[in-house]
Ligand binder design. Structure first.
Ligand SMILES: Cc1cc2nc3c(=O)[nH]c(=O)nc-3n(C[C@H](O)[C@H](O)[C@H](O)COP(=O)(O)O)c2cc1C
Length: 156
């Protein structure tokens, strides 16, 4: 059965736990129907080119660091860009930022690099400032569920 399921990858970096909580809420939503898709969650340092080649869609979750994405996610992009070049064009992605004050620098830097991979951004960005509220975590849960449902329905 598994070979017929679409694959959803979540790549997260979190230094002090906020983005990890967002990622776990997304994962909960993405796996609410365990039969729908195959789901894989990895830290940015752990994820590699094989994960990206496996994924039909990827969710990037990162804090903003010094007005940019987390260095761990930049490292992931540096390690995977050439090994996956021209092999992931058109695949789907979306971006989630859990940040201190702003988040725009993290968002635009991830978006710019994803343009190089020729990913298709299929959900509006999520930027959560400060401590996530219950509504923020629910939003992340729903985002995960929506990505999984879109993959299962063949939209992504
Ligand atoms: C080294 C460092 C740099 C940061 N730079 C920014 C920044 O430029 N803009 C911002 O809004 N928040 C900044 N922050 C705050 C984090 O983005 C914020 O606390 C975030 O929620 C941390 O996520 P985490 O708990 O998943 O690590 C910075 C935090 C650290 C540790």
């Amino acid at each position: 059965m598994s070979e017929f399921k679409k694959h959803l990858l979540l790549i997260c970096h979190s230094r002090s736990g906020t983005n990890q909580r967002l990622a776990e809420a997304i994962a909960d939503g993405a796996t609410s129907d365990p039969e729908a898709i195959d789901f894989r969650m990895k830290s940015a340092f752990e994820a590699d080119a094989d994960d990206l080649l496996w994924a039909d869609a990827t969710i990037f979750v990162s804090p903003e660091h010094f007005g940019y994405m987390a260095g761990a996610l930049k490292d992931f992009f540096e390690r995977t860009f050439y090994p996956t070049e021209n092999q992931v064009a058109g695949r789907s992605m979306c971006i989630v930022i859990g940040t201190g004050l702003d988040g725009q620098g993290a968002l635009s830097s991830i978006r710019r690099i994803c343009t190089g991979y020729r990913f298709k951004e299929v959900q509006p960005e999520t930027i959560i400032v400060g401590e996530p509220s219950a509504a923020d975590l629910q939003h992340c849960h729903d985002l995960g569920a929506s990505m999984a449902a879109g993959l299962e329905a063949g939209l992504y």
